[in-house]
Design a protein around this ligand. Structure first.
Ligand SMILES: Nc1ncnc2c1ncn2[C@@H]1O[C@H](COP(=O)(O)OP(=O)(O)OP(=O)(O)O)[C@@H](O)[C@H]1O
Ligand SMILES: [K+]
Ligand SMILES: [Mg+2]
Length: 689
């Protein structure tokens, strides 16, 4: 099995045998994590950790803090110590399982990485073999067929095919060549399968794409997100409040002449502080990033995944996102009395240097119609398409300028040369646009020859996805460089909430800023260098892996499959992460009510307040033990939910909140009543209390 197929399988489905090993390792890790330095990171569990030490002490010396009530304090204190210890181990286990899934992925990635030798080009043109770790940004290297590309870089010379399956899992080779934004970027760890390339290194060792991916999936650079920090602080405050309340109990108990043992006090404290969510919190966060990775999306931070859950506005471009994107020339429509032969010839001339799919399809259609070049391309110059000019074309030696592009752009070009504009052009433009196609006007100097009809198809099922977004309360905006009519037809058909046509790269940032100024969180997906500023401006920017280096660096997520509609899945995962955290917090806090009623009678046992024992538990000791055992077991019981997330439904945030408070709040109050009662019956029957 090659590393890449291995990686791919890892991503798509995890074999069962592997997960057995994963749990075993996680269990070992759970004990390693008992180190106080690690425990200090989690205030709630640290309190349990301190409690365990104290109960261990009073197991050895029951009268350490004064005489203890009860028949066999050693056994009782020993049992509490054991249960508390496992409460911590279970919490550590949850985190270790979540981390372990990432580690398995990182191992697969590492096997795709090579420490191969690199052929470095020296200033005098000679080649020196160096270790790939010796390469620096700006170095030039040579790779030949069969080599693993030793570093991330940009092709400056040569044309070759590269197998990128180590990253994308897609085995079809990709053509790499200089110049074109997209095709010129290569990733270290991928393999060149034909010819040779000269590459300028763009990343220092350890900073490359695969290195970053490994770091991310391993959680090395996973820092707590603002939401997570806020919740940790809240849980710490809650813990402190309970600590103060319980610290006052001994005074009260002396006053009412009902002495309470230190072990019972600690048991009550641990039962009341939010150990369930405290124990599962980091596992939930790690699992969120992991789920995004399962979708073949690399998030640069947990914060980015989380931000997805709060997104109000989703900005998508038209071509390739809402439509299939293989915008191909369907037809040439002559205007101003020109013949089809003439139009096909000018169309061919306009596109011989155009490497975009649009350009290549125009050449193909023109050649099919019999068009031939009557000049030497070496004597001509290609004018590359840019999103700003919305035109491309060819300049001939004799000052002849051939252009094709957005109709208003070409009209501007012809007008500036005092050319004549006719209504025939406008009619054709409108007819194509109404079909949802993209019309490109075609001109040679000041003369318009015809219109090229670029046909594109809306992706199947996209309408349903936008409906789903709407139900979640997310507004969708289509942003396109195309004309208003085409944009409105596609927007209508696809069912987006709003659209903006004839958008320049500057407009894209402006749209995002406007939304953000209204307090909205914006997600956007894009692939071009001209999308980079907008990707950086958006709260969540998802770059396509096929996109340019600039786009990938500006974004906070990279989609390895380059499927722009995945933004919709990522938003779902982000939402799910926030919902899961909220649901388990609700459940954790609601649990306290039952645990409180279970332990309370034990506190006041000395004054015989039997009526407080509403759960009818066997004895004060069995009540304390049952509540604590439940408290410990609920953590591993909820690990699967913490890792896979609460099932997601496309509802608005308010509807979801109500629903979850109902399910996890009410469930959280009721479940422990039954569970603690059952545990009580069990431990009495085996004679533990
Ligand atoms: N190769 C090309 N040559 C000339 N003109 C082009 C070419 N490709 C696109 N155009 C014109 O430029 C306009 C803007 O194209 P561009 O690809 O920048 O759109 P965009 O802003 O990325 O939006 P979208 O991808 O949603 O269409 C197109 O609508 C078309 O009229
Ligand atoms: K608790
Ligand atoms: Mg585009």
């Amino acid at each position: 099995m090659t590393p890449s197929t291995k990686l791919r399988q890892e991503r798509k489905h995890k074999p069962k045998a592997k997960s057995a090993g994963l749990y075993k390792r996680a269990f070992q890790q759970a004990f390693v994590k008992l180190h106080p330095r690690n425990m200090l990171k989690n205030p709630v569990m640290f309190v349990v950790w301190l409690g365990t030490i104290i109960t261990a002490l009073v197991t050895i010396a029951p009268n350490l803090f004064g005489a203890t009530p009860g028949d066999n304090p050693r056994l009782f204190n020993g049992l509490i110590t054991l249960i508390l210890f496992f409460t911590i181990v279970f919490a550590n286990f949850a985190e270790a399982v979540a981390e372990g899934r990432g580690k398995a992925q990182a191992d697969a990635l590492r096997s795709a990485k090579s420490d191969a030798k690199a052929k470095k080009l020296l200033a005098d043109g000679s080649i020196q073999e160096v270790s790939s770790t010796a390469l620096r940004r700006g170095d030039q290297i040579k790779v030949i067929a069969g080599d693993v590309i030793p570093a991330d870089g940009e092709v400056i010379k040569g044309v070759a095919s590269v197998d990128e399956s180590a990253i994308t899992g897609e085995s079809a080779p990709v053509l790499k060549e200089p110049g074109s934004d997209i095709a010129s970027s290569v990733t270290g760890g991928t393999r060149i399968t034909s010819d040779e390339l000269i590459i300028r290194v763009t990343a220092d060792p350890g900073q490359g794409f695969i290195d970053r991916m490994i770091g991310l999936v391993e959680g090395a650079s996973r820092s707590k997100t603002p939401n997570e920090i806020a919740l940790t602080v809240l849980l710490a405050v809650l813990t402190q409040v309970f600590l103060v309340v319980i610290a006052t109990l001994p005074t009260v108990s002396v006053y009412i002449n009902s002495p309470i043992s230190i072990a019972v006090l600690i048991a009550l404290l641990v039962a009341l502080i939010p150990t369930t969510i405290g124990g599962l919190l980091s596992a939930i966060g790690i699992a969120g990033m992991d789920r995004v990775a399962q979708f073949n999306v690399i998030a640069t931070s947990g914060r980015a995944v989380e931000a997805c859950g709060d997104i109000n506005t989703l900005i998508l471009d038209k071509t390739g996102t809402i439509t299939l994107g293989n915008r191909l020339a369907e037809e040439f429509i002559p205007v101003n009395g020109h013949s089809m032969e003439k139009v096909a010839k000018v169309a061919l001339e306009s596109s011989i240097f155009d490497e975009t799919p649009e350009g290549k399809s125009i050449v193909k259609l023109a050649e099919k119609l019999g068009a031939k070049l009557d000049f030497d391309p070496k004597q001509a110059e290609g004018i590359e398409f840019s999103a700003k000019t919305r035109m491309s074309g060819t300049d001939l030696a004799n000052e002849v300028q051939i252009r094709k592009g957005a109709v208003d752009a070409i009209k501007g070009f012809v007008r500036s040369r005092n050319g004549k504009l006719t209504s025939e052009l406008d009619i054709t433009f409108e007819r194509i646009s109404r079909l949802g196609g993209t019309p490109l006007a075609l001109c040679k100097n000041d003369e318009i020859y015809g219109v090229i009809y670029l046909k594109d198809i809306i992706k199947p099922g996209i309408r349903e996805r936008f409906d789903q977004m709407r139900r979640m309360g997310i507004k969708t905006i289509m942003l396109t460089g195309d004309n208003r009519i085409t944009a409105s037809v596609i927007a209508e058909e696809a069912g987006v909430d709003d659209f903006i046509a004839e958008a320049t790269p500057e407009d894209k940032i402006e749209v995002i800023r406007t939304e953000q100024a209204q307090g909205k969180l914006v997600a956007m997906t894009g692939d071009g260098t001209n999308d980079a500023p907008a990707l950086a401006q958006a709260n969540v920017g998802v770059a396509m892996n096929t996109g340019t280096q600039a786009a990938k660096e500006a974004a906070n997520m990279v989609d390895l499959d380059s499927d722009p509609t995945k933004l919709i899945d990522i938003v779902t995962i982000g939402k799910q992460l926030l919902i899961t955290r909220g649901a388990l917090t609700t459940f954790s806090v609601a649990n306290d009510i039952a645990k409180y009623f279970a332990i309370l009678p034990a506190i006041f046992a000395g004054i015989g307040v039997g009526t407080l024992n509403i759960m009818g538990l066997a004895s004060t000791q069995s009540a304390v033990l049952s509540a604590l055992i439940y408290n410990a077991l609920v953590i591993p019981a909820l690990i699967p939910l913490a890792l896979t997330g609460v099932k997601f439904r496309p509802l608005t945030a308010d509807q979801l909140l109500q629903r979850n408070i109902f399910i996890y709040g009410l469930g959280g109050v009721l479940i422990p009543f039954f569970a603690i009662k059952i545990i009580d019956v069990l431990i009495v029957s085996i004679g533990l209390a």
